[in-house]
Design a protein around this ligand. Structure first.
Ligand SMILES: Nc1nc2c(ncn2[C@@H]2O[C@H](COP(=O)(O)OP(=O)(O)O)[C@@H](O)[C@H]2O)c(=O)[nH]1
Ligand SMILES: [Mg+2]
Length: 180
């Protein structure tokens, strides 16, 4: 079964998003050999049942604790997965680090710019379209607690493909071959 991984830092709204998307068949378990637990469930994507996983929060793929180790391992084990990178819209730069790492590894990525209401309320203006152009992956503003943007998110997930990494590096001003 195809897999969808919800990834991002702690407290960005991954679990709320997961509960909205997963609906039935939700189970909690420990990652094998650890006390780190995670939830998985199912969702319908493009007339197909897919498994959706609420991955433990992580800042990057260079783990600093057990939960981050699990997050990195889960990603590594699911080579064909679609990754939804959940970012707190009011603290975008923090979320972009992991997102770029995941994109660079060749996974199809969709960005959920969650907490869109918080950003708005704090007068933080985020240009989702521009971000989408620069990164070359779908960027969808969401308010997980209210279910806003989730239809659009599912729609963009359906069509997600791996991004052109060389092009992104050019867009962000890194010369080809100078990144590792
Ligand atoms: N205002 C607002 N709060 C949110 C949103 N999404 C999640 N939250 C809240 O943010 C907190 C963290 O959410 P949670 O799903 O546990 O984050 P996780 O650690 O990434 O799984 C909870 O109190 C949620 O109710 C959102 O879009 N807007
Ligand atoms: Mg959570």
């Amino acid at each position: 079964m195809r897999k969808v991984l919800l990834m991002g830092q702690a407290n960005v709204g991954k679990s709320v998003l997961f509960n909205r998307l997963a609906g039935a068949h939700v189970t909690e378990s420990n990652y094998s050999g650890t006390t780190v637990d995670f939830a998985k469930g199912r969702m319908r994507l493009d007339h197909e049942d897919v498994e959706i996983i609420d991955v433990p929060g992580t800042f990057s793929l260079e783990p600093k604790d057990r939960a981050e180790e699990v997050a990195a391992s889960m990603l590594k084990e699911e080579k064909g997965a679609l990754v939804v990178c959940v970012i707190d819209s009011s603290k975008i730069e923090r979320g972009l680090y992991l997102t770029l790492e995941v994109i660079e590894k060749g996974y199809p990525v969709v960005i959920a710019l969650n907490m869109w209401d918080v950003a708005k309320g704090g007068n933080i203006k985020v240009d989702a379209k521009k971000l989408e152009q620069i990164l070359g992956v779908p960027v969808v503003p969401t308010v997980a607690t209210r279910g806003e943007g989730l239809k659009e998110l599912a729609l963009r997930m359906k069509n997600a493909v791996p991004a052109d990494v060389e092009k992104i590096m050019k867009n962000v001003g890194v010369k080809s071959g100078t990144h590792n």
